[in-house]
Each structure stands twice: as structure tokens, then as C-alpha cells.
Design a protein around this ligand. Structure first.
Ligand code: SME
Length: 159
């Protein structure tokens, strides 16, 4: 998919989400809707979902689309853990080169994980998108997904 088409699809996703989430005050309902909209808008999104921070430095699976993922990921492990720990997006073009990558699905080739930062910079969780295509995520994906997560965290500053 070329970058111009991607930009257009992201704009449509944003518009639909603005309408769908209008007045919604339940975080899980919002996350489920975001995961569904994203997953079905891009054919290179093969696993799309959220992990929620639960307890001390632990991510527990939340709403997602795709085959089952790991249920729990400590902050110390995997790409998701690195995003939660560093509070920085992790864009990984080749998962085999990322030390500590958790291979929940053998078909994953690349991935992007964006932290959800709430009030006071608390890590509410992460958005994880995995692709069966190598180097699937561009700077545009990163910017769009970061904007989407920032918007979600503004709506739900405490999760
Ligand atoms: N790729 C992730 C885990 C993926 S899932 O279980 C869907 C990681 O290494 O953090």
C-alpha cells in the first residue's frame, strides 16, 4: 500500500472513530472499537490489539483482533515490554533481530508498539500491531498510531 493511500485510510479511520467514540466513557469499549477499526482497515495488520498495565510492571492482554496472543507480558520482556518500560514507540522492521522478541505467532515478521501514556505520564498500556509482512510499518504508521493513542489517552487519562 503506498503512503498516499495509507494517509487516506488513516483519515477515514480517524473520522469513523470520532463518530463511534462520541460520548463513550468505557475504556475497554473504546479499545475494542479502535482495535477492530484498525485491524479491518489495513491488510498488513495481522494482529492488532491492546495490552493493559496491571499491577507492578505487568501487561495483561486487552481487546484485540487476530489469533490469540500472549496473555501476560512483563515490562522486562518483548517489544511490548520495551515500549512500556521506555514510554517510547518501538518500530521493529525485523522481529528476528530484536533481542527478547516474544514469538507468540511464528508468522510475525515486523511490528510496532505504541505506549498509551495517561495522566502524569503513567503507562496505561500499549497498542501492539504485528504484521506477517517484513518492514510493514513506516514513519507514517508510527505518526498516525501515536496520534490515535494520544487521543485515546486524552479521553481516558486514568484508563
Ligand atoms: N510481539 C509482542 C508479543 C506479541 S503478541 O503476543 C500478540 C512482543 O514481543 O512484545
Amino acid at each position: 500500500m503506498d503512503e498516499g493511500s495509507k494517509r487516506e485510510v488513516y483519515r477515514n479511520v480517524r473520522e469513523r472513530l470520532t463518530a463511534l467514540l462520541d460520548g463513550e466513557d468505557d475504556f475497554v469499549a473504546a479499545q475494542a472499537t479502535v482495535a477492530s477499526e484498525l485491524h479491518h482497515s489495513f491488510d498488513y495488520f495481522d494482529w492488532t490489539g491492546f495490552y493493559r498495565t496491571r499491577g507492578a510492571e505487568l501487561l495483561v492482554i486487552g481487546p484485540y483482533q487476530g489469533t490469540h496472543g500472549c496473555l501476560r507480558i512483563p515490562f522486562s520482556r518483548g517489544v511490548c515490554g520495551a515500549a512500556a518500560r521506555s514510554k517510547q514507540t518501538q518500530r521493529v522492521p525485523d522481529v528476528t533481530l530484536f533481542e527478547g522478541h516474544i514469538a507468540c505467532s511464528g508468522s510475525t515478521q515486523s511490528e510496532i508498539v505504541v505506549p498509551l501514556l495517561g495522566a502524569g505520564g503513567a503507562v496505561l498500556g500499549v497498542l501492539d500491531v504485528d504484521s506477517n509482512t517484513p518492514d510493514a510499518f513506516s514513519e507514517l504508521d508510527q505518526a498516525e498510531l501515536e496520534a490515535l493513542c494520544a487521543d485515546l489517552a486524552r479521553r481516558f487519562p486514568t484508563g
